[in-house]
Write a new protein. Structure first.
Length: 656
């Protein structure tokens, strides 16, 4: 990976286009030549990236048929897709089960003794499962579910931390045709209650307790407090993880380890229709009440199999670590289903990334020889704050590719990641996607030239665009990020809310998918995600993106993280308020307000310079690690902060 170009300063006078990031990195020819996508292109006589994108746009069904053909179907589908916007169906009349492809196939193949998961607990304990072990555990648990009366189409609600029983439970549901609804273990039990009631689950799964930063969280006890408000629940299965002495309710509560003892290690995999539901998953709740997104067996499997194969380039010998939580879509797609579909070895880590010290992740990469690593900008910025001395203590030479997801990555964080974690040789895949999309949508491939802070271009076949308010496609300035085509792992509806499905996503521009994010496309067709529609600033008539002002602030050597919001102003419309976290050891915070104002003025221009700067210890974030600007904005305006149930660190609100 090397720097090929820093373009001359051709900063646009258009204030929508603020950021002056002009560095371009090119992957080495080794990276390109050994990549899955390059080999696939050779097979299809495609010469370069642009030709690939064009050919896929012109022939989307050809592209997806080729990839769907790499998976096994009980019955071959008859039609690739039916696209009747806003409703899509994929691989019609096919019979399929994602678990057959993720597990059964491998348990019967030569890779049966290969490790599927290496699990490490926060305390350092390790548990490994081969594909055959995992297959057996899934079958035993699937038999438990069947015995408890769970049938095809029933929804099982799951509230588990990052332990192996979580993927086992999900796979067991899918195997017998049940739908899983996983609730992130960091949420209050109230969220579990609401989702159980939403889905009318008869069976739910939880754990006695688990540790975060060494602190014990007694999940079962919390669940006990809500169970009298979940009338449909007949059985609660409890995993014994911490060995806590908990109250087990006679007739209702069942220990996982007891339930599986007498179960067979074989269980029939249900032949599902391609379009049968696989899971319900609620969005992170960054902008409001979470939405219950529904994904299906066939198209979802093909979408995530393909993206993981081509974007993260996973091959037989890779050790893959997607350091997200399975409670979010990133974990569903790229910890559970994707890597198993590809038959690779994955790391599953229970704990906090900086526990017991900021070397934890890097130490694990060294220990397990991780080759491809995927995390979020918030984590990268946190490690920037601790300094490069931590990664420097470990040998990270096994890494060959890196990735990020969740928020726009500031160019300085990208460069830090590339340099200090990737040793300057690993391309960084900045993948833009959503719970709703199921798979990567705007993303580089290992063969793409990269611009720090840009998610590069749409994945092959995806027709993404940037529209102005009138619906006209634009280049250069910020606009609505939309998708005009369908893709196999597109969500099919919002659970029990079909009207909201149409209204929220398909009505602003009829039959075009509205992502809710703002992006700008540069004159080379690269996409730059600028933030969420609700967060865009409006200063003296200029639309200014939060991501770009924040990136300018973070480019100051003493800054670790920043959030900006608009405060209503009589004349200007809005003025910019910046909340800034400094790196460790940055010294006195006294002069920083002026330094930062000046720095932004110099980087972008006076219009984007914050009117107010405040140095803070922490910023309010969602439990998936995203800055919640909505809450900061409410504080700035002196309004009530609203629903903070998805906030990870409510105390941060006070620092503001
Ligand atoms: P809610 O929809 O309930 O507000 P959420 O949007 O945070 O929650 P997710 O589906 O987990 O829930 O997150 C998707 C969003 O994350 C995207 O719409 C975008 O705002 C942000 N995002 C994800 N990846 C990237 C990326 N690579 N660059 C910029 N933003 C990203
Ligand atoms: Mg969203």
């Amino acid at each position: 990976m090397y720097l090929i170009r820093v373009e001359g300063d051709k900063m646009s006078k258009d204030l929508d286009t603020l950021l002056r990031e002009k560095r371009i990195f090119k992957p080495s020819s080794d990276v390109v030549k050994s990549s899955n996508i390059h080999k696939w292109m050779e097979k299809h006589e495609i010469n370069d990236y642009d030709e690939l994108l064009q050919k896929a746009l012109d022939n989307p069904d050809w592209f997806w048929d080729e990839l769907a053909g790499e998976l096994e179907w009980f019955k071959q589908y008859k039609k690739t897709k039916k696209w009747n916007p806003p409703y899509a169906e994929w691989f019609l009349d096919g019979k399929f089960n994602i678990v057959y492809n993720a597990l059964d196939k491998h348990a019967k193949g030569p890779e049966k003794d290969k490790l599927a998961y290496i699990w490490e607990g926060e305390s350092g304990e390790v548990r490994e499962l081969t594909y055959l072990d995992l297959y057996r555990e899934v079958n035993r648990f699937a038999n438990v579910l069947k015995k408890l009366g769970v049938r095809k189409g029933d929804t099982v609600s799951i509230y588990l931390p990052m332990i192996l029983e979580l993927p086992i439970a999900m796979l067991a549901c899918a195997k017998i045709g049940a739908v899983h609804s996983v609730v992130f273990s960091g949420f209050w039990a109230k969220a579990f209650q609401e989702r159980i009631n939403d889905a009318k689950s008869k069976v739910a799964i939880t754990v006695d307790g688990f540790r975060r930063r060494g602190k014990l969280i007694e999940l079962k006890e919390n669940v006990d407090n809500i169970l009298d408000k979940t009338p449909t629940i007949e059985k609660l299965i409890v995993v014994r993880h911490e060995g806590l002495n908990i109250n087990m309710q006679e007739g209702k509560d069942i220990w996982w380890h007891e339930a599986i003892t007498e179960m067979e290690t074989e269980c029939k995999t249900e032949e599902m229709d391609s379009e049968d539901p696989l899971f319900i998953l609620y969005t992170s709740g960054t902008t409001g009440k979470p939405k219950g997104v529904v994904h299906v067996h066939g198209g979802y499997a093909v979408g995530i199999y393909t993206t993981l194969k081509f974007v993260f380039d996973l091959k037989e010998d890779d050790v893959w670590w997607c350091a997200a939580d399975i409670g979010w879509v990133t974990g569903h797609s790229y910890i559970v289903y994707g890597p198993l579909l590809l038959g690779v070895t994955s790391i599953l880590y229970e704990g906090t990334p900086d526990y017991p010290d900021p070397g934890r992740l890097w130490k694990m990469i060294e220990n397990y020889g991780v080759t491809v690593f995927y995390t979020a900008p918030t984590t990268i910025r946190m490690f920037m704050k601790f300094g490069e001395k931590w990664p420097q203590k470990y040998n990270l030479d096994s890494l060959r590719l890196l990735g990020t997801v969740g928020e726009p990555i500031n160019p300085e964080a990208w460069i830090w990641y590339h340099q200090h974690i990737g040793g300057g040789r690993c391309p960084v895949m900045d993948t833009w996607w959503q719970t709703e999309t199921g798979m990567h949508i705007i993303t580089p491939l290992p063969i793409s030239e990269l611009k720090p802070g840009s998610a590069v271009k749409p994945f092959p076949t995806v027709e993404a665009d940037v529209l102005d308010d009138a619906g006209k496609s634009i280049t250069g300035g910020g606009g609505h990020l939309v998708i005009k085509s369908t893709w196999p792992s597109m969500f099919r509806t919002l659970y029990k809310d079909p009207e909201r499905y149409v209204e929220s996503y398909w009505s602003r521009f009829p039959n075009i998918y509205l992502s809710g994010d703002v992006a700008r496309r540069d004159d080379e067709g690269y996409f730059w995600i600028q933030g969420r529609e609700d967060d865009v600033l409006n200063v003296a008539g200029h639309r200014i993106s939060t991501a770009e002002v924040e990136s300018a602030i973070v480019s100051h050597k003493s800054v670790a993280e920043a959030a900006v919001v608009g405060k209503p102003h009589d004349i200007k419309g809005e003025e910019i308020c910046a909340f800034v976290i400094l790196k460790e050891g940055s010294g006195s915070t006294e002069d920083f307000e002026d330094i930062i104002k000046y720095h932004v003025r110099k980087e972008i221009g006076p219009i984007a310079s914050p009117a107010h700067v405040k140095i803070v210890k922490d910023l309010p974030k969602t439990r998936s690690g995203k800055i919640m600007r909505r809450v900061i904005k409410a504080k700035v305006k002196g309004e009530p902060v609203g629903d903070t149930s998805t906030l990870a660190n409510p105390e941060a609100v006070e620092y503001l």
